[in-house]
Every structure is written in structure tokens, then in C-alpha cells.
Design a protein around this ligand. Structure first.
Ligand code: ARG
Length: 460
């Protein structure tokens, strides 16, 4: 049978394997609601400008609405013969409203149509992801507020460095998420531009009104150049960059949770609702959730890379290569949403910080050594000199199996006469944290201010 979609130019049908290869209906059905909305706006515009009659416009809009209902009720399930969602809808529309359905594609191409659909889809998804980010931030803040005074070892090079407030540590992730939220807002501005009316590539001979459809579809602007409008996917690449950064941030937190839950750290306990067992080792409780989040990061990075490569050699304007933009985009959106949800649940109810163990951890090492050097420097000893002196004490203490707090006052004073009895207070973990009261530091006063500022940021 001759394929009905193409013009009379075609005499025979596609080879079945080629039809399958060519078809995108298997995945672009995801766009159907946006396709229907976009087509309704287009039909209204055609009537508004007199390109079709008002009655025809109404019939098209109503027919498209019927398809929406059919789809929602599971009655509209186009097969591979429809090629893509756009043809599937047009075909069904013509079945429903008769010959007038054949007018819906006046002054339009699938090229500006699919570009419109993809932007409408992404715009919606960005809003959903942003509100999921807000939930994630809210949970981080809730936990942080409970742990201003809880201390946790701070690391550089994964070596104990200086203790910090646990709230400060969690607020670092809050700030990353805040930038992710803002970044998605920036991306949104360049997603929300209408290519509808760019036609196949060069515009159209009909007296269309692109501003009219843009307004109906809530676009902020329209593409100024038709060639650019139908072939641009930089908005998708920007989204994938932002998506990749969200995954980077989630993955770093995931990595920490995995470390913290290990026997080597013992900083957190995983609750049963968010942990899994082993099929052979009865004692195991595994951090599958953060591991999966860390692992899923790879696919989002992959989709970003794929999209960059898809675009790099494309001559203007539309090329079928662009059909390859969708699966990676959809998968990235789904991966981000699922990962954010899982991490939010994990934080909210799957993790218990072991405060006793954390208190021991910050008291059992030399992470107060900087404070000894700072103590001397504050009393006039040049910092480098103080630093060298303390290095010597650390060395002899390690050899003697002692911590700095175990040194007698005479030993301190032998080292330098500036030491007095207040050295013990100065090197206690609590004071070590409290003293870092510079803006953005871990001092309790700063952390309390940061929590208030974070609540304000969330209210925006
Ligand atoms: N399914 C196609 C896509 O996703 C729709 C646009 C097809 N346009 C074309 N000229 N073949 O890109």
C-alpha cells in the first residue's frame, strides 16, 4: 500500500524496517499534550487571521480536544505506521472532524511544530524540577536547623582538616541546589521562545500572526530568524548542562552518604525504608539509593555529550538528526526527577546522624592544630613560625600516642612562653568551630545567620 502521508510524488510504501527506523512515535508520544495545545493555538491563529473560517477554527480546536480526552482515557494509541506524534494527531483529527482536519497544517511545518512541542514540554518539566529542588532544599534546611551544634569532621583531600558544624556542611549542598534552581530559571528564559510560524525553514506565504500564537502559548518571545527557530537546540543543551550540574551535586552528596554509612566512618545509620540487603550476606545493609543516584549521573552527562555531538556538524536548517534530541532529553528529565525525589526521601526519613559518634570523631584527631598556630599568631608570633612549631608538637605527640589536649601546660610553655591555660579551651572542638566566625565560615553565629538567609532565599 502506498503511504498516504507523502505527496503523490511517492509511488511505493516505505520498507517496513525503514519505517520502524524512521519512526519516532515510540517516544515522541510523550509530547502529545503539548502537540495538541500547540495545534490548538495554531488553529485559533489561522481563524483569527482569516486564513480559515471561524467555524473551521472551532472544529479543529474541538477535534484536538477530543483527541486529548481519548489519549487520557487510553483510547488513542497510535502505532508505528503513524511515524510520529504530529502525523498521528493530524490523521486522527481528520477522522474526527472530516476534511477540515486537513487544514490544520496550513502555514506550518512539522519542523516548527516539533520545536514548539519540545519547548512546551521542557518548560513544564523545568517548573516541576524547580519545585522538586525546592523540596530538596527544604529538607536540607530542616536537618541543618537541628544540627547547628552538631560537629562533624571537615576534610580536605579526604584527610581530617578542621571540624565544622553539620549544619554548615548541609548548607553547602543547599547553596549548590540554590544555584541549580536559579540556573534553571535562566535556562527557562531561553526555552520559552516560540519557533511556531518559522515554517519548514523560511517562513510562510500566509499572513500568520506569530505573536498571537506565542501569546496563546505563554511564550515570552518569538524567534527572530526562521532558519534559527527550526534548527536551534541550544535551549536543550543548556538544559542538559543544568541537569548535569544538578546530578553532579546530588552525586557528591550521595558519595558522602555512602562513605558516612560505612563501618569506617559510622557517621550515619541508614533506616530500613531506604536501604537494601544482600542476597547472600545476612549482615549487609546497603546504600543503594545514593549509589544509584551517583550511577545515574553518567547517563545525564552522556545525553549532554550526545546532544552536543548531534548538533556540531548540522548545516542549516532542520535535519532529521534533530529527531535524536528527544530520548536523551526525556531520559534526563526523568532521571533528574527520580533522583531528586529519592534523595529528598533519603534525607527526610532514611538517614539518622549518629551524634555520639560524630562528637567522638571530632575529638580524636589533630584537626585543632591550625587553632594552636592561630593562638600563637594572635599573640604576635609570625604565622609561619607558629605553624612550624605546631608541626613539631604534632610529630612528637603522634610518636607519644597523645593528642594535643593531652599536653601539660608546662609542655606548651616549653614550646613557647605565649601559651597560657586558655589554650585548652581554644583547642576544644566546640571552640575550634565557634571561632571561625568570618563571613561564610562555620562559626555558630555565622551558621545561624546563614540558616535565616537560606529561608529568605527559599521564599523567593
Ligand atoms: N519526528 C520529527 C522530529 O522529531 C518531526 C519533524 C520532522 N520533520 C521533517 N522534516 N522530517 O524531529
Amino acid at each position: 500500500t502506498k503511504k498516504e502521508t507523502w505527496s503523490q510524488r511517492f509511488e511505493s510504501a516505505l520498507h517496513p524496517a525503514i519505517a520502524r527506523f524512521n519512526a519516532s512515535i515510540g517516544f515522541d508520544i510523550e509530547l502529545i499534550e503539548y502537540d495538541l495545545t500547540g495545534s490548538q493555538a495554531h488553529a485559533k491563529m489561522l481563524a483569527h487571521t482569516g486564513i480559515i473560517s471561524p467555524e473551521e477554527g472551532e472544529q479543529l480546536v474541538a477535534g484536538l480536544e477530543q483527541i486529548r480526552q481519548e489519549y487520557r482515557q487510553g483510547e488513542f494509541q497510535p502505532g508505528v505506521d503513524a511515524e510520529d506524534v504530529h502525523f498521528a494527531v493530524e490523521r486522527r483529527l481528520t477522522e474526527i472532524v472530516g476534511d477540515v482536519g486537513k487544514k490544520v497544517h496550513t502555514a506550518r511545518s512539522r519542523n516548527d511544530q516539533v520545536g514548539t512541542d519540545t519547548r512546551l514540554y521542557l518548560r513544564d518539566q523545568i517548573q516541576q524540577i524547580r519545585s522538586e529542588l525546592r523540596e530538596f532544599q527544604r529538607v536540607l534546611l530542616d536537618i541543618a536547623e537541628q544540627h547547628v551544634e552538631t560537629l562533624i569532621p571537615g576534610y580536605t583531600h579526604l584527610q581530617r582538616a578542621q571540624p565544622v558544624s553539620l549544619a554548615h556542611h548541609l548548607l553547602a549542598y543547599f547553596q549548590m541546589a540554590q544555584r541549580d534552581w536559579e540556573r534553571l530559571g535562566d535556562v527557562y528564559r531561553r526555552v520559552n521562545i516560540s519557533p511556531l510560524g518559522c515554517g519548514a525553514l523560511a517562513g510562510t506565504t500566509f499572513p500568520i500572526d506569530r505573536h498571537y500564537t506565542a501569546k496563546l502559548l505563554d511564550f515570552d518571545d518569538i524567534y527572530a530568524n526562521s532558519l534559527d527557530g527550526v534548527s536551534d537546540r541550544d535551549f536543550a543543551i543548556e538544559f542538559l548542562c543544568a541537569a548535569s550540574l544538578i546530578m553532579v551535586h546530588l552525586s557528591r552528596l550521595a558519595e558522602e552518604v555512602i562513605l558516612w554509612s560505612s563501618e569506617e566512618f559510622r557517621f550515619v545509620t541508614l533506616k530500613d525504608s531506604c536501604a537494601t540487603g544482600s542476597s547472600i550476606m545476612p549482615q549487609k545493609k546497603n546504600p543503594d539509593v545514593p549509589e544509584l543516584v551517583r550511577g545515574k549521573t553518567g547517563r545525564v552527562f552522556g545525553h549532554l555529550q550526545a546532544m552536543l555531538v548531534i548538533m556540531k556538524g548540522l548545516p542549516l536548517a532542520y535535519n532529521k538528526d534533530l529527531q535524536e534530541d528527544k530520548e536523551g532529553l526525556f531520559d534526563s528529565v526523568n532521571t533528574i526527577k527520580a533522583s531528586l525525589e529519592a534523595m529528598t526521601i533519603l534525607l527526610r526519613e532514611g538517614l539518622q546522624f549518629r551524634t555520639q559518634r560524630l562528637a567522638e570523631a571530632v575529638a580524636e584527631d589533630f584537626s585543632n592544630a591550625t587553632d594552636v598556630a592561630d593562638y600563637l599568631a594572635a599573640r604576635g608570633v609570625p604565622f609561619r613560625e607558629a605553624y612550624n612549631l605546631v608541626g613539631k608538637v604534632v610529630k612528637t605527640s603522634i610518636a607519644a600516642g597523645k593528642l594535643l589536649k593531652d599536653l601539660k601546660l608546662e609542655e606548651w610553655q616549653e614550646l613557647h612562653p605565649a601559651f597560657a591555660a586558655d589554650i585548652y579551651e581554644a583547642i576544644s572542638p566546640r571552640q575550634v568551630v565557634a571561632a571561625r566566625n568570618s563571613y561564610g565560615g562555620t562559626g555558630f553565629v555565622q551558621v545561624s545567620k546563614a540558616l535565616i538567609a537560606a529561608r529568605t532565599q527559599m521564599a523567593q
